[in-house]
Each structure stands twice: as C-alpha cells, then as structure tokens.
Design a protein around this ligand. Structure first.
Ligand code: 2M8
Length: 423
C-alpha cells in the first residue's frame, strides 16, 4: 500500500508543482492557497523535505507588512481562470500588502504545525537551510496579526469572510449571510464551473455575497478595525488550529533555544483553548460558531466543531468523541468524517462543505484520535483515506454514504495527507 500510495501521490504532487509551490488542483485552483500549502507540505516532506520547506517559504514570503498570511498568492498569468483573481484584489495598491499579488483575506492558521512537522522530517537539512530561523519570526508575526487585528473581548479570532474559514458554504454562515442585504447580482463570474459540477459547488446566491464582502473589504484597504463589516464570525476550527499552532510554535522556539518564548506560546495556546469554551454547545455535543453581529451561536454540528479535539486537556474530549462516533458523524460507518451532521435537514451529500467528507479534516481528526490515545480508530481512518484516494484518483471530497468522488480530481492535499498517514 505504502509503495503504491507513494508513487501515485508523488505523481499528483509533481503535476501540481509550479517550481516553488503546489497548486491545489491544476484547473479549478490555479494559484497558491494558504492552508492548502501547509497541508501539502506535510505530505511533501516524505517525498522531499527540501521541497516541503520551499513550499512553506514561498507562502511565508508573501506575508503582508501587518503580519497576515494571504488566502491566495496569485499567478497573474492565470488571472482569467479563477475568480476573484489578482485584478480584483489589486493588492499592489494596498499599503500593508506584500510585494507579490495576493488576496487580502486569510485562511485558518495551520502553518506553524506544518513548519514543525517539516522540520522534524529532516532536522539536519532544516538546520543547514536555516528553515526554522526564517520561518519562526514570520509565524510569530502571523499569530500577532490574529491577536492584534482579529481578536475581540472573547479572546477568539474572528473571520470576516466565509472563505477565511476554509469551509466556504458551511451552514454556520447561512443566517449571517441571509441577514446581509447587500449582494452582487450581475456579473458574478464562475470559472470554477468549468472544472466542477455546479451541484458540488456553492450557489450563485452565495457567490454574490462572497464577492460583495470581498470587494467591500478590499475597498477598505483590508482594514480589520472597520467595525462596520457586515460579516464577523468566530469559527471553532480556525481558533482550534490557532491554539494548536501556538503549541507548535512553543516546540519550534524550544528547538531554537528560546525557552522564554516557548513558555509564552504555551500560555497563548491555553488562553485560546479557554476562550473556545464560549463556543461549546452542550446540547449538540460539539463546538459551534458565533455571529458577532447578532451575538447568536450558529447551532449546527459541523466538522469544524470537532477540530478542537486536537487540543490536549480539553474538558469536552469525551463528549466530542461521542458525537464523532454517534449518528451525526458515524465514524467508521461512513466514508471519512462528513463535513456536516448526517441527520440534519441542511445535510447535502454532494455540495462542498455541507456534507461531503474531506481529506484535510479527516487528517486532523486522525491526528487528534491518535494523540488522544485512540490509535486503532486513527489507523482505520487513515486506511480509508488511502483506499478512497487511490480508488478515485485523489478526489477533492467524497460522498459520505457511497464514497463516490466529488469536486475535482488529482487534488493536492488529498495526495499529500493520504501519503502522510500511509507512512
Ligand atoms: C476552497 O475555497 C476556495 C476559496 O478559497 C474556492 O471555493 O474557490 C475551499 O475548499 C478552501 O478550503 C480551499 O483552501 C480552496 C483551495 O483548495 O478551495
């Protein structure tokens, strides 16, 4: 299995490699995406630790002056093939932006975790290339951005666009988007529909709101202190990954011999984990999102609400495991981990983040199960990932009930993370 997986995953990652980074998929996503690159590097480290470092270096070098790591770093030659592209964002006109063309939004902060795993794959090569010395200050600046520009009184970081969650059309965002009167109805380009079935992608109505929000943020120079933004949410997976990445930063600081900073990062992680308590929903048995404008919790079971399982010493580990194994996510009885509650009226077997099972969240859950001492469930999940990935040419996501492929194929993080768990 490992040899076959290595050969097949390597082929996908070669095809999607663009010299200094890997695109998520050649047709649908022709640029570099932030959290994709971090997941991809986790798998690339088994093929070439050096290339995994370059993948992360190239993303980190697109960092803005204010510390943010952009959602997308654009290849301007492919501007017409993805919307919104570099022309839309015109980041070169925004004072805080970096020298390269990027989006102004961010994605979940999984990067420090990836940097640590890539370092550990080949510490000698990492030391020789001074990988941690380069990455650490940039990661610290990234987390500082989240703390200083995105964190409110709750102690949690907020997202200002559904794309920032990485789970674009999650049911969490339905009510907040419905409450927005502003949208764009004309001229909503959908080049994505040339590469994926319309029934697997977000709707046009959602895209109208996505483009409105992105345009408004751009027109305010991506200023996070603009209190009038019509979309401000706290997402559990985003914040859990931030806390988990603070723990990774503590390990990185310790490797660099900076024990005082290591202690600070551990304290930060504890504070975020503590703040996450305010998103716990006892009735649903998982974490949920909060709409900061209405103050309401968005009471849905989604895979995002299970990601805090990654945090050690969490008060709700047993309850989360019960939710994961029960009828709502049916671990071991369906393909991987559905992105949304199998029993909910809003569940959809095909449409993106409203039901289908994804390989990145399966990897996060497998890591968490392993770390929490449930090795056999973690291995079973890993085996499912490998077999689904190999059978269906590395799909972007799958139908939880049938395992049938959805979205695009030859998807980079599917290849990288299935390879990681098959080793
Ligand atoms: C999807 O999001 C992009 C926007 O960022 C899109 O729908 O066009 C999401 O699955 C996101 O998590 C992922 O990072 C991105 C690229 O794979 O695609």
């Amino acid at each position: 299995m490992t040899a076959t997986m290595r050969a097949a995953a390597t082929r996908v990652l070669e095809r999607n490699w663009r010299g200094t980074y890997t695109v998520p998929a050649g047709g649908l996503y022709p640029h570099q995406w932030s959290w994709d690159s971090a997941f991809i590097a986790v798998g690339l480290r088994h093929i070439s630790p050096r290339r995994a470092q370059i993948e992360l270096d190239s993303l980190l070098s697109a960092q803005w002056h204010d510390g943010r790591l952009p959602q997308i770093v654009f290849n301007r030659e492919r501007d017409d093939d993805y919307s919104p592209g570099g022309d839309f964002w015109r980041s070169e006109t925004i004072p805080e932006s970096s020298a390269v063309s990027t989006a102004g939004l961010v994605q979940p902060p999984n990067h420090a975790l990836a940097v640590l795993l890539v370092h550990e794959a080949d510490p000698a090569e990492s030391r020789r290339r001074r990988f941690l010395q380069r990455a650490y200050p940039r990661l610290v600046a990234w987390h500082h951005y989240l703390r200083s520009r995105r964190t409110g009184p709750s102690g949690l970081a907020r997202i200002v666009h559904p794309w920032e969650s990485g789970m674009d059309n999650s049911p969490y965002w339905d009510a907040p988007l419905a409450a927005m009167t502003e949208t764009i109805v004309d001229d909503v380009p959908r080049p994505d529909l040339q590469h994926a079935d319309a029934s697997h992608r977000p709707s046009n109505a959602e895209y109208g709101k996505y483009l409105y929000l992105a345009g408004r943020y751009r027109d305010h120079d991506c200023d996070d202190l603009d209190a009038l933004s019509p979309y401000q949410l706290e997402d559990p997976a985003f914040n859990a990954l931030w806390a988990r990445s603070e723990l990774a930063l503590a390990d990185i600081a310790a490797v660099l011999g900076d024990d005082a900073s290591a202690a600070e990062h551990r304290e930060n992680a504890e504070q975020i984990a503590h703040a996450l308590e305010s998103l716990w929903d006892e009735g649903l048995g998982c974490f949920v999102a909060r709409d900061l404008l209405s103050g309401r919790l968005q009471r849905f079971r989604t895979v995002s609400g299970l990601v805090p399982l990654l945090l050690p010493d969490l008060a709700h580990t047993d309850a989360l495991l019960q939710t994961l194994r029960g009828e709502h996510f049916a671990l071991g009885q369906v393909a991987l981990v559905p992105s949304h509650d199998l029993t909910a009226p809003t569940f959809d077997t095909a449409r993106y983040w409203r039901g289908p099972s994804w390989f990145n969240t399966a990897w996060l859950v497998a890591e968490a199960l392993d770390e929490r001492g449930h090795g056999s469930e973690a291995r079973a999940l890993a085996e499912q990932m490998s077999s689904l990935a190999l059978t269906h040419d590395f799909p972007e996501y799958v139908d939880p009930h049938t395992g049938a492929p959805r979205g695009t194929l030859d998807f980079s993080w599917t290849a990288a993370l299935s390879l990681d768990l098959s080793i």
